[in-house]
Design a protein around this ligand. Structure first.
Ligand code: PLP
Length: 386
C-alpha cells in the first residue's frame, strides 16, 4: 500500500530508548544537546511578538507565491543591514528552511538525481531528500587544524546525475565557514558540470569573527539558492518563517525564478499572521543574538578551562554556530559512549548522528544552560579520567 520511499526503519535506536527511560525515571538530565532556543532561558519581547501577530491585516487573504511584499521587505532590510543587496523578486518566503530545500530539490532534480552533501553535517537532509526522491551523495569535509572541503573527493563523486552541491555556511555541527578559495573552486566545479549551489546560511549570524562573514547571496558565478530563516536568526522556530533567495547568471536565474514561482504558487504555504509580524520577528534578533552569543562564549570558555585540566579529550576548532565537536578516546563506539554517559545523567550526541566517518567524536551544544554545561562537562570529562 505504501511508497517505497517511506520504508524507513522507524524503530527507536538504543540511545533514544535509553533517553526515554532516563526521562521516565524523573532523574535530572544534563542535556548537552539542547537545540530548541525557546527552551534555553532566553528572553524574548513576548508582548511585541503577540501584538504583531494580532492585526486586522491578517483578516484578508492576499495570496502571493513569493510571500507578502511587506514581509519580504523585512528580509531585504535584514540583509541590507549586513551590507547585502537582494531584489524583492529574487526572494521566496517558505515555512522553514526544510521547505526551502524541498523547493530547490523539486526545481532541480528528477527522481533519482543526485545532490552532493557535506559530511559530517546536519542529519535532517536524508529525509528531506528521500521524500523528494533525490539521492544524496556525501562529500567529505576533512579536519586539519580546521575544517575544509576535500575537493579531490568532491570531484570524484560528481556523476551525470548530479544536479547540485549543498554548502552549509557555517556548517552544523563543525561550525566552519566556506573560505574564499573554496567558494571559487565550488563555482568552478558547478560551471564545469552545470550544477547549482544550495547554500544553507541558517547560522550565518553566529560567527565568532569580527568581520561580517561572506554570504552566498553575493555569489554570481553559479546558479545559487541561499536559504535561511527565523529558527536560528531570531530563535523563533515555532513561527515557521524562512526563505530561499536566488542569484547567479542572468538566464538561469530568470528560468529558476519562473519555475519556482509555480512550485510556490502550488502550495502558497505562508500564513498571514506570521508574515504580518515578520518585521517584529526579525527585530527580535538583536536581543536574541546578544544573549545567545554571550551564552556560547561563556560555555566555550568553560569548556576550554575544563579541557586545559585534562589530556584525554580535545575540542576541534570552531568559527561559529551553536555546537562544539569534542575528540574523545575511541575505546568504544560513540553510541556506547553516549549510552554510558546517559547512565550518569549526561546526554550528548554521538558523532555518527552527524555522519562523522570515524569513532571518537561527540557533539555538545553551546546553548545549554550555563549551570548544566559546567556540571555536564565535569561529569563527561571525569568519565575519561577513571
Ligand atoms: C544547518 C541547518 N539547516 C536547516 C535547519 C532547519 O531549519 P528550519 O527550522 O528553518 O527548517 C537546521 C536546524 O537545526 C540546521 O541545523
Amino acid at each position: 500500500m505504501f511508497a517505497e520511499r517511506t520504508e524507513w526503519n522507524l524503530n527507536a535506536n538504543r540511545l533514544s530508548e535509553a533517553l526515554a527511560r532516563f526521562r521516565e525515571s524523573g532523574q535530572k538530565l544534563l542535556d548537552l544537546t539542547a537545540s530548541n532556543p525557546t527552551e534555553c532561558g532566553f528572553q524574548y519581547d513576548g508582548a511585541s511578538i503577540l501584538k504583531a501577530l494580532i492585526t486586522p491585516a491578517v483578516l484578508k487573504y492576499h495570496p502571493d507565491p513569493r510571500g507578502l511584499t511587506a514581509a519580504r521587505k523585512a528580509v531585504l532590510e535584514y540583509y541590507a543591514r549586513r551590507g547585502e543587496t537582494l531584489a524583492l523578486d529574487d526572494l521566496f518566503l517558505t515555512t522553514s528552511t526544510s521547505e526551502a530545500y524541498s523547493f530547490a530539490f523539486r526545481l532541480l532534480c528528477n527522481p533519482g538525481d543526485e545532490v552532493l552533501v557535506p559530511t559530517p553535517s546536519y542529519p535532517l537532509f536524508d529525509f528531506l531528500a528521500e521524500i523528494q526522491d533525490v539521492k544524496l551523495v556525501p562529500y567529505p569535509l576533512i579536519y586539519d587544524l580546521g575544517w575544509q572541503i576535500d575537493f579531490h573527493a568532491l570531484e570524484t563523486v560528481v556523476t551525470p546525475r548530479t544536479r547540485a552541491v549543498i554548502v552549509v555556511h557555517p556548517n552544523n555541527p563543525t561550525g566552519h565557514f566556506a573560505k574564499t578559495a573554496e567558494i571559487k573552486r565550488l563555482n568552478e566545479l558547478c560551471a564545469a558540470h552545470t550544477l547549482a549551489l544550495i547554500a544553507d546560511e541558517v547560522f550565518l549570524d553566529f560567527s565568532f569573527a569580527r568581520n561580517t562573514p561572506y554570504s552566498f547571496l553575493k555569489n554570481q558565478a553559479a546558479l545559487t539558492f541561499t536559504m535561511s530563516g527565523l529558527s536560528k536568526i531570531s530563535g523563533l522556530p515555532q513561527m515557521k518563517l524562512a526563505w530561499l533567495a536566488v542569484n547567479g547568471p542572468k538566464a538561469e536565474k530568470k528560468e529558476a525564478l519562473a519555475r519556482l514561482e509555480v512550485i510556490a504558487d502550488t502550495f502558497l504555504s505562508m500564513n498571514a499572521p506570521v508574515q504580518a509580524a515578520a518585521p517584529t520577528l526579525l527585530a527580535q534578533r538583536h536581543g536574541f543574538q546578544k544573549q545567545l552569543m554571550a551564552r556560547v562564549e561563556t560555555n566555550l570558555a568553560e569548556l576550554d578551562r575544563q579541557l586545559a585540566e585534562q589530556q584525554s579529550c580535545a575540542r576541534l576548532e570552531i568559527e561559529g554556530g551553536w555546537n562544539a565537536v569534542l575528540r574523545v578516546p575511541a575505546m568504544r563506539t560513540d553510541e556506547e559512549l553516549a549510552l554510558e554517559l546517559l547512565e550518569e545523567g549526561v546526554y550528548v550526541h554521538p558523532g555518527h548522528f552527524y555522519d562523522f566517518s570515524k569513532e571518537g567524536f561527540i557533539v555538545v551544544s553551546l546553548i545549554t544552560h550555563e549551570q548544566d554545561f559546567v556540571i555536564g562537562m565535569e561529569k563527561l570529562l571525569a568519565h575519561f579520567s577513571d
